[in-house]
Design a binder for this molecule. Structure first.
Ligand code: DAH
Length: 339
């Protein structure tokens, strides 16, 4: 029996030494130390021994068992350490790998140009005010000297929302709201979206943007209008840009003008951007009509003023040489990424 024990122990130790991984170790444990294992079986055979032999043999079996357990335990610890090391090796971070680039948002070209315009007018002492996109007939037309049967209504194809409710066709409505809420001296600009039932093409969109301007004070003249708008044109287009004031008509100003700037692309020779004209029209303006001042409770004998409406979209397309206004509204990321 003693010999048998020695054989079993030697075999167990050999197998432990040969084990290549923790699964092998576990198999050895079950084979020798498990409930039906070979060393456990020997202990069970002790019943057949004489009372003198039993304790001696018992001691031998127990010490063999303890030895196998100890060697196996150590091997298992080694295997686990090796497995952990292999896992760590496999998981190492490659710090030379290219990083994932996270894309940052940026300003829409319309906003970039608008911010520049706001800076220019703020530096001249203008406040920025806001007005509603859904307007009443009263603010969009009546108070601006365009009564219901006035032919000038045909100048702007209007989206009506009801009898008296419409989508503003011009930011000029903000002039009236401002004069109702503020006393002169007034110096404001009002940027915003405007709406007209125009056919859509490369230069027309049913939604576009204007910046309205209004100055009202004692002794304001056409010279102030020219000075402010010339200064604006030079700052936005460059100091050597030529500025031309053409007589025009708007119901809410008298006299009225339209302002052209020399084409910054061709310097006035004529090109694709200015459609061969050498000039680009950028705004309408004029001296505030006495009727408009009166409709807001301002005495035209005491006060005078000038107003202007600048098209933001044209300014943006010419600055960035964008050939089609629709690109400004489609929000195609491939287009916007270029700015
Ligand atoms: N509201 C005009 C338009 O949409 C532009 C305009 C012209 C605004 C003259 C003004 C102005 O304030 O004085 O065509």
């Amino acid at each position: 029996m003693k010999e048998k024990l020695e054989q079993i122990k030697a075999a167990a130790l050999d197998e432990i030494a040969a084990a290549a991984n923790s699964a092998d170790c576990e198999a050895v444990r079950v084979k020798y130390l498990g409930k039906k294992g070979e060393l456990t079986a020997i202990l069970k055979m002790m019943g057949g021994l004489s009372p003198e032999e039993r304790p001696i043999m018992g001691q031998l079996v127990n010490s063999a068992k303890a030895e196998v357990e100890a060697v196996l335990g150590q091997k298992m610890t080694e295997m686990e350490a090796k497995a952990t090391e292999q896992k760590l090796m496999a998981e190492t971070v490659d710090i030379t790998m290219p990083a994932k680039v996270s894309k940052r948002g940026k300003l829409h070209p319309l906003n970039t140009v608008l911010n520049d315009m706001i800076d220019i007018f703020q530096s001249m002492g203008f406040d920025v005010v806001d007005g509603p996109e859904v307007e009443t007939d009263h603010y969009n037309f009546e108070c601006l000297n365009v009564p219901a049967d006035h032919p000038a209504r045909d100048m702007q194809d209007t989206f009506y929302l009801g009898e008296n409710l419409l989508l503003r066709t011009q930011t000029s409505a903000a002039q009236i709201r401002t004069m109702e809420n503020r006393k002169p001296p007034i110096r404001v600009i009002c940027p915003g979206r405007v709406f007209r039932a125009d056919e859509v093409d490369a230069t027309h969109s049913p939604v576009f943007h204007q910046i309205e301007g209004l100055v009202v004070d004692k002794g304001i003249t056409m010279c102030d209008l020219k000075g402010v708008l010339e200064q604006f044109a030079h700052e936005i287009y460059g100091a050597d840009t030529k500025v031309k004031f053409r007589p025009s008509f708007f119901p809410f100003t008298e006299p009225s003008v339209e302002v052209d700037v020399s084409c910054s692309e061709c310097g006035g020779k004529g090109c694709r951007v200015c459609k061969g004209a050498g000039w680009i029209e950028i705004l309408g303006a004029g001296m505030v009509h006495p009727n408009v001042l009166r409709s807001c409770g301002i005495d035209p004998e005491e006060y005078s003023g000038f107003a202007f409406g600048i098209g933001l979209d044209r300014l943006t397309t010419t600055r960035y040489k964008i050939s089609d206004i629709r690109l400004l509204f489609e929000n195609d990321k491939r287009f916007l990424d270029q700015f």
